[in-house]
Every structure is written in structure tokens, then in C-alpha cells.
Design a protein around this ligand. Structure first.
Ligand SMILES: NC(=O)c1ccc[n+]([C@@H]2O[C@H](COP(=O)([O-])OP(=O)(O)OC[C@H]3O[C@@H](n4cnc5c(N)ncnc54)[C@H](O)[C@@H]3O)[C@@H](O)[C@H]2O)c1
Length: 256
């Protein structure tokens, strides 16, 4: 399948987990992919894996919360591949603590990476998407934007902001044929989740996993590839009538 033949995509947070799976899938489907990640070695690793598999990719290390770095990274991808059609705002970070416990730093980190990062990368990408005659932006929400996750006040608020920003961008960018949708994944076992699962089990990962599974009617956690497939669908023309949609990909977690 080559849903992304002749297309150029940027995936943020593509050095690990869901972002890496999405970058690899979109590249297999024909896109040239800009791999944006805070960690240069992780960005390079994903780009190298794509190139070794016969795809096209460039590592553009950047902090999504840094305006100058984001603008530079987006410009580099466009210069390298000649345009831009897809942006997957996947980079995010967790931030624990109830509203009574969270520090200013916890709040700022969650808002800066998840919400401001989505804003900055989108702002940098939009002129190029317009120049391409349209495109697709996929934002990474979370079930934490739809239901409360105990003791994650800043993260819940930041992912809620991502969902609201998705709807706002969808209506503002529709005249330019730019579709904007969000995915709200349930728990996927990645480096981001491991400490959370361990904490939930009082330090015991297996106990944390067992407790988490109780919330999942499907009886298991998700995989990065399962979320990547939703992202690729939303980024491709297969979802041509979807914009402003918020898709829960959560094994039924928010259905109960
Ligand atoms: N794993 C889950 O259960 C889950 C559930 C819901 C939502 N999400 C969201 O999915 C996204 C990806 O999570 P994951 O589980 O694949 O995590 P992960 O830790 O495997 O990967 C996240 C990547 O983002 C990068 N990153 C972090 N901060 C960054 C920044 N400021 N600028 C650029 N890159 C940065 C990291 O270096 C890392 O490579 C996040 O937005 C997360 O909130 C994850």
C-alpha cells in the first residue's frame, strides 16, 4: 500500500514508542518522514531504521516546546524533501500529582510539551501545508482528556487542551483543505508508561499492570502499532471526511 506516495510527513516524539511506530508505518506507506525528537540519538535511530528498510527519513532533533528549534526543524524537513503534507503532533510527557500536590514545574512541563508543543509545531507547519494545497494534522490526546486519571491533574489538563486545540484548528484550517483530528489512546506499554504503571502497583510493575487491566474491557493494553495505524488513517486520504474528530483508541476504556 502506498497511501503516502510523494508525501512528506513530520512525526514528533518519533524516537520512541507510538511516534516511532507511526513514523515507520507512514514511511513504509511511501512518505518521506522528518523525525523530530528531543533526544538526537533517538531521532537518528528511527531515521536510520527507516532508511535501512529502504525508506526516506531525516532526523531533526528539537524540543517541541522551543519556538526557534521547531521552526528550524520544520524548515529543514521542507528544504530536504520539498514540501509538507502531514504533521503528527505525537510528542508528549506525563506529569503526575493531584492539583494539591503538583508543582509549578509539573504544570509547566505538561502544558509546554503537550499543549504548547502541538501549537508551535502546527503553527510552523501550516504555511507549508497550505503551500501543498492542503494536508492533515493529527494530534495526540489521551484518554486523560476524556475521563479523569487519578493524580495526573496537569497531564489531564494539558491533553484536554490538545483536544480543544484540535477542534479550533479544524474549523480555522478547513478552508485551506487542512484536516485536523485527535487520537485519545488508552494505555500502551511504552517507556512513558512504565513508571506510571510501576507507581500504580506501589513499585511493583506486574501489580500496576494487573490494576490497569481491570479498566480495559478488551482485556489487554494497546500496542504502539495499533495507535500508529489510527494515526496513519487520520493522516491519509482514507479519512477525507473527518476533521475536528476525537477518536478514542482505548480498548473500550472510556466506553464504560
Ligand atoms: N503510552 C501510553 O499509554 C499513552 C496513552 C495516551 C497518550 N499517550 C501519548 O502518546 C504520545 C507518545 O507517547 P509514548 O507512550 O509513545 O511515549 P515514549 O516515551 O515512548 O515516546 C515519547 C517520545 O517523545 C520524545 N519527547 C519527549 N518530550 C519531547 C519534547 N519536548 N520535544 C520533542 N520530543 C519529545 C521523547 O524523547 C520520546 O522519544 C505522548 O503524547 C503521550 O502523552 C501515550
Amino acid at each position: 500500500m502506498s497511501r503516502f506516495a510523494d508525501k512528506v510527513a513530520i512525526v514528533t516524539g518519533a524516537g520512541s514508542g507510538i511516534g516511532r511506530a507511526a513514523a515507520e508505518l507512514i514511511a513504509r506507506d511511501g512518505a518521506a518522514v522528518g523525525i523530530m525528537d528531543l533526544r538526537p540519538e533517538a531521532a537518528a535511530e528511527t531515521a536510520d531504521a527507516i532508511i535501512s528498510a529502504g525508506g526516506r527519513a531525516i532526523a531533526v532533533p528539537a524540543n517541541v516546546a522551543d519556538t526557534g528549534a521547531v521552526d528550524e526543524a520544520v524548515a529543514k524537513v521542507v528544504a530536504e524533501f520539498g514540501g509538507l503534507h502531514v504533521l503528527y503532533n505525537n510528542a508528549g510527557c506525563d506529569s503526575s500529582g493531584s492539583v494539591a500536590e503538583a508543582t509549578d514545574d509539573d504544570w509547566d512541563r505538561a502544558m509546554n510539551v503537550n499543549a504548547k508543543g502541538t501549537f508551535l509545531c502546527s503553527r510552523a507547519a501550516v504555511p507549508h501545508l497550505k503551500a501543498s494545497g492542503g494536508g492533515a494534522i493529527v494530534n495526540q490526546g489521551s484518554v486523560a482528556a476524556l475521563v479523569a486519571v487519578p493524580n495526573f491533574a496537569s497531564y489531564c489538563a494539558a491533553k484536554g487542551a490538545v483536544v480543544s486545540l484540535t477542534r479550533s484548528m479544524a474549523i480555522d484550517l478547513a478552508p485551506f483543505k487542512i484536516r485536523v483530528n485527535a487520537i485519545c489512546p488508552g494505555t500502551v506499554f511504552t517507556p512513558l508508561m512504565e513508571p506510571m504503571l510501576r507507581a500504580r502497583g506501589g513499585g511493583d510493575l506486574e501489580a500496576g499492570l494487573a490494576k490497569t487491566l481491570l479498566k480495559y474491557p478488551i482485556g489487554r493494553l494497546g500496542t504502539p502499532e495499533e495507535i500508529a495505524r489510527v494515526a496513519a488513517f487520520l493522516a491519509s486520504d482514507e479519512s477525507s471526511f473527518l476533521t475536528g474528530s476525537v477518536i478514542a483508541a482505548d480498548g473500550g476504556m472510556t466506553a464504560q
